[in-house]
Design a protein around this ligand. Structure first.
Ligand code: COA
Length: 260
């Protein structure tokens, strides 16, 4: 599939989405949200793809936030429409069956930090820069950005990040638990590939159901989340992959997961 603002490269079971507006530091405009929606919906249905990676084009940015030049012209109800378009993308990232890795180099600001947070795993190069600078523009990250940050790293630090708008470096993001893997800049590609290949070898059913359980925990109250987890676990037990995984262990061989 061809897109105006993103590229998709498939390499065996791994699909890489490249945010491709380097002249605007890969800023998110409405077309980006539309392209990401179409791309992720197609990936969700493609059983050949077992892991997704998202990265930015160029050396300077993952994504430097929402497109401020486009936002400057937004009036009235259009702001909420834009929020829903963005939120749909972030929801898709969490809910597609495949695990999604954000491979972060350079700026991951505003909606760019949120895009990374909607992924399952965040690998950052040491020189990456994070933050929610929206407060300096007279707004705040209103596409679910306050909520997701609060739930991922806790209220105290989320408030400081949203209200001060101060940028912070990758070691600080790692310390906050915002980034799950921190590597030297020249190791980013290899570490991203290592994690992608690792998960591409697992049962797609188990990966999907694990995401379902984690999503339930993020999105639901405790009792309801536990019910959702029991149901997701039962779906794993009903899969051929779990017989394969357990038999492979007993027979001392590598499993061959088929995704059913
Ligand atoms: N929206 C639209 N364009 C953006 C952008 C954004 N969020 N971030 C960067 N750009 C554009 C710049 O306007 C510039 O375009 P130009 O060459 O046509 O003027 C180009 O990308 C390069 O950015 P520039 O600001 O010149 O680079 P820099 O190294 O001086 O600064 C940043 C880098 C990231 C600190 C700075 O671009 C910035 O603060 N961007 C906005 C971040 C932000 O507020 N994000 C949240 C938005 S809600």
């Amino acid at each position: 599939m061809q897109f105006e603002t993103i590229l998709q490269e498939n390499n065996g079971p791994i699909a890489t989405i490249i945010m491709n507006r380097p002249d605007a530091l890969n800023a998110l405009n409405i077309q980006v949200f539309k392209d990401l929606t179409a791309c992720l919906l197609a990936i969700a249905k493609n059983r050949e793809i077992r892991v997704v990676v998202i990265k930015g084009a160029g050396e300077r940015a993952f994504v430097a936030g929402a497109d401020i030049k486009e936002m400057a012209d937004i009036k009235g109800a259009m702001s909420s429409e834009r929020s829903y378009l963005g939120m749909h993308v972030y929801d898709l990232l969490r809910h597609i069956p495949q695990p999604v890795i954000a491979s972060i180099n350079g700026y991951a600001l505003g909606g760019g930090m949120l895009l990374a947070m909607a992924c399952d795993i965040r690998v950052a190069a040491e020189g990456a820069t994070f933050g929610y600078p929206e407060i300096k523009l007279g707004i705040f990250p209103g596409t679910g950005g306050t909520i997701l940050l609060d739930r991922l790293i806790g209220s105290a630090n989320a408030r400081a990040i949203c209200l001060t708008g101060e940028l912070f470096d990758a070691p600080r993001a790692y310390q906050l638990g915002l980034v799950t893997h921190l590597v030297a800049k020249d190791a980013l590609v290899a570490e991203t590939a290592r994690l992608a290949e690792l998960m591409a070898g697992y049962s797609p059913v188990a990966l999907h159901e694990t995401k379902c359980a984690l999503n339930a925990s993020l999105e639901m109250a405790f009792e309801a989340a536990r019910e959702a987890e029991v149901a997701a676990h039962a779906r794993c037990f009903a899969s051929n992959d779990r017989f394969e995984g357990m038999n492979a262990f007993i027979e001392k061989r590598s499993p061959d997961f088929r995704g059913d």
